[in-house]
Design a protein around this ligand. Structure first.
Ligand SMILES: N[C@@H](CCC(=O)N[C@@H](CS)C(=O)NCC(=O)O)C(=O)O
Length: 219
């Protein structure tokens, strides 16, 4: 399977991370996203008219949209990551896959603005990003009250992988994670999974850093 990818792309990293966690081997085809804008070249637009990466090629199949690619990899190699057995878990997966698009549009756009000087209303993007983080924090607190550490089930699913990178990289766009203790715990849980891989700005769990404390009544 060939992945059109850029090392600093959180959306490409979603696919690389998913593949690493479930033991799928990918052939990486680096795209000169910046400064070359290769994702908007005729070759890549013929694969994805939307002009975005990642793009996955598997034989004759060409897939765009990172959420679809995550679902494809999981369905092929590790269906447990789809959490389809219980209706409410399957629905929650869909809910958070859809929500992940809002993280890309807010935190991702703020990051592009700050790192690659993309035009945009940075204050509005950061405010939208913080609103999304509050929603994610509330969702994770509800899950904890159900005894679950992950977004859709008691184990990680494609939904967690779809949401994680733009959240972890929020500080690149000027949005700090200090106000979201449950998100930080969730990030720690993901970063300590067997097979976890890093990207620039997202590190494996550092064992020496103490757990954030959640005060009674905060969760
Ligand atoms: N909805 C797409 C969005 C992916 C996305 O935003 N990719 C960025 C790179 S991280 C991109 O290609 N953006 C196009 C651009 O900014 O010109 C997906 O989930 O695959």
């Amino acid at each position: 399977m060939k992945l059109y990818d850029y090392i600093l792309s959180p959306s490409g990293y979603k696919v690389r991370l998913m593949a690493a966690l479930i033991g799928v081997k990918l052939e990486l085809r680096p795209v000169d996203f910046h400064p070359g804008l290769e994702h908007r070249s005729p070759e890549l637009l013929s694969l994805n008219p939307a002009g975005s990466i990642p793009i996955l090629e598997d034989g004759d199949l060409i897939l765009t949209e990172s959420s679809a690619i995550l679902v494809y990899l999981a369905a092929k190699a590790a269906p447990k990551w789809l959490a389809g057995e219980k209706p409410e878990e399957a629905a929650r997966v869909q809910q958070w896959l859809s929500f992940s698009g809002r993280l890309t549009a807010s935190l991702g756009a703020a990051r592009l603005h700050e790192m690659l000087l993309r035009p945009g209303d940075i204050a509005a993007l950061q405010a939208q990003g913080m609103a999304a983080l509050r929603e994610l924090e509330a969702g994770l607190v509800e899950q904890r009250l159900r005894g679950m550490r992950f977004l859709a089930a008691d184990r990680p699913t494609v939904a967690d992988i779809a949401c994680f990178p733009y959240v972890a990289l929020a500080p690149d766009g000027g949005v700090l994670l200090d106000a979201y203790p449950t998100i930080r715990l969730w990030s720690r849980a993901l970063r300590s999974l067997d097979g976890f891989i890093e990207m620039p700005g997202i590190h494996r769990l550092h064992e020496l850093k103490p757990e954030p404390q959640i005060e009674p009544g905060e969760a």
